[in-house]
Design a binder for this molecule. Structure first.
Ligand SMILES: [Zn+2]
Length: 718
């Protein structure tokens, strides 16, 4: 990309105007002596760290033009802060990672890349993972075990998830810390990641210490518990495990993972295809969630770096729509971290492009495509300090990390739903004064828009719906809640609610259907009725005119038959009404009306006596009363079961009985010869002719008596 060479033009013009030939570089910097170091390339790569002295305006642009992997840029005079945009030119020193071919291309442009010691490799040999002693860094496996320990000890609030695999098949482990960790809730999602550059290790330790602080403070510490209860906190301590194990800046393909995202200028398609596996994991993770805020931790400098990392032209400033917010929150972090506050940048912050442009960084991707408030935090000049320094780094960052996370609970938030169904929507919320959208989480419909205190205009938008605009007052210390219930974006639309009605057989009931105009225009509706089996009458064949969102009513009367129809019980009947827009006859809606008859079939059976006794050879007769206790005329079948002795039921079927009517049944039991004292039990059942599940039973017990007349002999014949 060609660069205009007028970055320092304002200063040069002033020099000309005041008529001096003085064009000095502030400070005493001059080309340092050659260090005479043999190139020390990173694992997985032929690139090695080197310094380039940038003694003229435009030299830095050459590095960007040649697409070199710039690691940091600092004033040649180490006592001076990094010059702000538009300030007089100062000599700079860039640390770049070049291979021999790139070094030659630099030389062709008049710049020399002098190899410098590879701090990471030297640190790796002294106290890298696998070495021993207090300064030694844990191995990757030890870090994984530590994460597992956090998750296993706090299963109520922690989940450990692998979101992908590195080039060398190592898991990309993340921790989720939240109350109800398996539930998508109306909570902002937040993330800290670290170790994009495998040799920048401090971020690993401080994100894990943050995890340990959060879980050990739950639920006793009010402030930290609020974070766990009110947010979904995600931590990705080791983004580049292959790089960590090898102490390489790069992944195992030799790629710089913080230059590997789609870039809005050089690769403007938000598609994971073709990117490194670690980058793809980060992108899919971003699509699966709606991160409201995030930071990725680096080392090699001390500064909070915020978007944009790349702008179209570094001589034509472009500020992120949320520049003021980025600055405010950035200074909030840096002012709580003494190393960053004094790290050589005014207030400890910089816009990425003002320092040096990079393409394909994570923060521009997250902000540009995902609407996420994302920054890059450089924790210190040493990329891999001894592990014994971690208490110091944790002390420096702890308060800032927590303060920064709390910002996710500020601004404006709410739910975006379909006004008619209440369903959550995949929607965007724009702030008119800023012009940058955030996205809802479609699982819940929640949005979280970080905002500084003030009056802001929110515009809720979802495809197929009418936009909704709200003016909200945002105050410090909390989030203003503003929900958006969006109406479908249609000129003509109608909704009909269903109806249910219940009545006695023979009764007439009335259904009431509610018709709602869900279009944007005033409309009237024609109504048609499709009855069920029962006679129905449409009482309101027209409804309207109705204003948008206004409702009207349509009534339908239904005559419940006195007798149930068909075989068995028919207690319900369904009719359909259809309403048709008169403004747009192709628009219609239907609803069903269900009528329930109170169709209780019931029968009662009572005997004059439950037991009788007599002698062998005699018969006893019981009188039973069958009563229709239901609401339909019914006929009952009578059966006798369970007995041995001859039994006769008369009649075995009643005549039709009106509700409340009764019929008399006789049951005659003959007592056969046999030992006295025996009994016989018969069960009489009266079963409804309309539904054989409806019946009543009565048991009758008959006893054979001792024959006091035993000596009597009846003689017949002659
Ligand atoms: Zn880095």
């Amino acid at each position: 990309m060609p660069r205009m060479s007028c970055r320092w033009l304002p200063f040069l013009l002033i020099v000309v105007l005041i008529g001096t030939v003085f064009l000095a570089t502030p400070g005493q910097a001059k080309v340092p002596e050659a260090l005479d170091v043999t190139p020390e390339p990173y694992p997985f790569s032929d690139r090695y760290p080197a310094e380039v002295y940038l003694g003229s305006p435009g030299d830095l642009d050459i590095l960007v033009e040649l697409e070199l992997d710039i690691e940091t840029v600092r004033p040649a005079d180490s006592s001076r802060p990094f010059p702000q945009y538009g300030a007089p030119f100062e000599a700079l020193i860039a640390v770049v990672n070049v291979n021999p071919e790139e070094a030659q291309r630099l030389a062709d442009r008049g710049l020399s890349a002098r190899p410098i010691p590879n701090e990471s490799l030297r640190a790796q040999r002294l106290y890298g993972p696998g070495t021993t002693g207090p300064e030694a860094w844990p191995t990757f496996d030890q870090f994984v075990t530590r994460m597992q320990g956090i998750a296993m000890a706090h299963p109520d609030i922690v989940r450990m998830v692998s979101i992908g695999k590195s080039v060398n098949n190592r898991d990309l482990w993340v921790l989720k810390i939240s109350d109800n960790p398996d539930v998508e809730e109306d909570e902002p999602e937040f993330k800290y990641s670290a170790n994009h550059h495998g040799d920048e290790t401090v971020g690993i330790e401080i994100t894990l210490r943050l995890a340990e602080l959060l879980v050990s403070s739950y639920p006793t510490d009010t402030m930290l518990t609020e974070l766990v209860d009110e947010m979904e906190i995600w931590l990705w301590p080791i983004y580049n495990p292959d790089g960590y194990v090898a102490s390489s800046r790069y992944n195992a393909h030799g790629e710089d993972l913080n230059r590997n995202f789609p870039d809005r200028f050089t690769d403007p398609v938000d598609d994971p295809a073709g990117h490194e596996p670690e980058t793809q994991a980060a992108m899919y993770w971003g699509y699966d969630h709606r991160f409201v805020m995030g930071a990725n931790y680096h080392g090699g400098a001390a500064v909070v770096n915020y978007p944009w990392d790349a702008i179209e032209d570094p001589y034509d400033p472009e500020y992120a729509p949320d520049d003021a917010l980025y600055y405010d929150y950035g200074v909030g972090y840096s002012s709580r971290n003494s190393r960053i506050w004094t790290g050589g940048f005014p207030q400890g912050v910089t816009r990425g492009w003002e320092w040096y442009m990079i393409y394909g960084g994570m923060q521009d991707w997250a902000y540009h495509w995902r609407g996420e408030h994302h920054v890059c935090i450089e924790l210190g000049d040493s990329k891999k300090p001894p592990y014994t320094d971690m208490d110091t780094y944790w002390d420096e960052n702890q308060e800032a990390m927590i303060w920064w996370m709390q910002r996710a609970l500020r601004g404006a938030r709410g739910l975006v739903t379909d006004a008619l169904t209440g369903q959550p929507l995949d929607a965007t919320v724009d702030v008119a004064e800023i012009g940058k959208i955030v996205r809802t989480d479609p699982d819940v419909g929640d949005y979280h828009r970080l905002l500084l205190p003030g009056t802001w205009t929110l515009v809720c938008h979802a495809d197929g719906y009418l936009d909704q605009t709200w003016v909200v007052e945002v105050v410090d210390g909390t989030a203003t809640v503003q929900d958006c219930a969006l109406l479908p974006d249609v000129q003509f639309g109608v909704m009909v609610g269903g109806s249910e009605a219940t009545g006695q057989p023979g009764e007439t009931v009335t259904h009431t259907f509610t018709i709602t105009n869900v279009g944007a225009a005033v409309d009237s509706y024609g109504v048609s009725l499709t009855p069920g089996d029962w006679p129905a009458t449409l009482l309101d064949p027209q409804v309207g005119p109705l204003a948008p969102l206004q409702s009207g009513q349509v009534r339908v009367s239904v005559q419940i038959p006195a007798e149930p129809a068909g075989d068995g019980l028919l207690a319900t009947d369904v009719l359909t009404v259809e309403v048709t827009s008169q403004g747009a006859p192709e628009i219609s809606a239907q609803a069903q009306g269900t009528t329930h008859a109170v169709a209780d079939l019931a029968v009662a059976l009572a005997a004059d006596q439950a037991g009788r006794s007599a002698l062998a050879g005699q018969a006893v007769t019981y009188t039973l009363l069958v009563t229709n206790a239901g609401s339909y005329t019914d006929t009952y079948t009578l059966t006798a079961t369970g007995n041995q002795w001859p039994t006769q039921v008369t009649p075995t079927q009643t005549s039709p009985l009106m509700p409340g009517a009764a019929a008399q049944i006789l049951v005659r039991v003959e007592i056969p010869a046999g030992p006295p004292g025996q009994a016989d039990t018969v069960t009489i059942r009266a079963t409804s002719g309309l539904d054989n599940q409806v019946y009543a039973e009565q048991s009758l017990i008959t006893l054979r008596l001792w024959g006091v007349y035993l000596p009597v002999t009846v003689k017949t014949g002659g």
